[in-house]
Design a protein around this ligand. Structure first.
Ligand SMILES: [Cu+2]
Length: 304
């Protein structure tokens, strides 16, 4: 039971407290040469795109939400692998959000097998963000689980509307795609040991590249916390199993990178209030079903 209680506590921390909409992101991606841009708008349950086809290679998604609820927009971009269909994906997703840890663990194993996910972002109204990824040719889908998470975490099984994006093969030299390695951004590594590895100071207005070097999907959500909060305090909170909000939680906008598959990377560009945040992953462990955050996948970082 404690496991479930802790899961709910983790999700309560993930769900942001409503904040006044303010500010706007400025995404300075530098040289836009050969980089396709797509505008992505979510309303908490549906995704609309400025275009339905793009060429393979680097793509920048500029994402915003009209959902003023605490879940904002939590948008995933993925393609199906192997024999997976939209229906098998939805079944996997229902397993992932099961309150039964064994079922949630199965959901993660299924998603690792059935999809290749590349973000996108978790945003709140008034705080747009951009995600840059390299896309191979294929049919992709986008979904917005912002309303599903809402204020209290997931309840029941999601049945998201899926928006299609077709990525076309091109004559372009795929070696050119690797040009983004020249980007001078801080890097956070998401590891198989369920840890975030990287600098403890990040820009409040800038870009971070996330590299998932694990054999499982991860996410990277930033939630504001009180100055001086430590990872030991975060872990003690989870270990205590209490359901009350964490004493270190702060009101303010959360944001982050949505589901990223192992072996992939994405660059998140944002403009958020400076301060202390805790970076967390709430994917269910593929064996125990516990959210990675409870197993230690949290990292306090300062944005300035
Ligand atoms: Cu994780």
């Amino acid at each position: 039971m404690r496991r479930l209680v802790s899961t709910l506590a983790a999700l309560a921390l993930a769900a942001a407290v409503p904040v006044a909409a303010a500010g706007s992101a400025s995404a300075h991606e530098g040289d836009h040469h050969h980089v396709t841009t797509v505008w992505v708008k979510g309303d908490g349950s549906h995704v609309s795109l400025s275009r339905s086809h793009v060429d393979a290679g680097p793509v920048i998604f500029h994402q915003s939400t009209s959902n003023s609820g605490p879940g904002g927009s939590q948008i995933s971009l993925f393609r199906l692998l192997g024999k997976a269909t939209v229906n098998t994906f939805k079944a996997d997703l229902a397993h992932e959000f099961s309150s039964n840890p064994a079922t949630a663990a199965k959901g993660t194993r299924e998603l690792n097998r059935d999809i290749r996910a590349a973000g996108l972002a978790d945003v709140q109204k008034g705080y747009p963000a951009s995600v840059r990824v390299n896309l191979r040719p294929g049919t992709y889908y986008l979904m917005d689980l912002g309303s599903f998470f809402g204020a209290t975490g997931p309840s029941g099984a999601p049945n998201p509307a899926l928006t299609r994006l077709v990525v076309r093969g091109t004559e372009r030299d795929s070696a050119a795609w690797k040009d983004d390695s020249g980007w001078d951004t801080p890097t956070i590594w998401l590891t198989s040991a369920d840890r975030f590895v990287g600098p403890s100071h990040l820009p409040a207005d800038g870009s971070v590249t996330f590299r998932n070097v694990a054999d499982t999907i991860h996410i990277a959500q930033f939630s504001p916390v009180k100055k001086g909060t430590t990872d030991a305090q975060v872990q003690a909170y989870y270990d205590s199993g209490v359901m009350t909000p964490p004493p270190f939680a702060l009101n303010g906008p959360s944001f982050g990178l949505d589901v990223l598959s192992g072996g992939t990377h994405a660059t998140l560009t944002y403009d958020m209030p400076p301060g202390t945040y805790v970076l967390q992953c709430f994917v269910a462990d593929d064996v125990t079903g516990m959210p990675h955050a409870i197993m230690g996948m949290h990292k306090v970082v300062v944005l300035k």
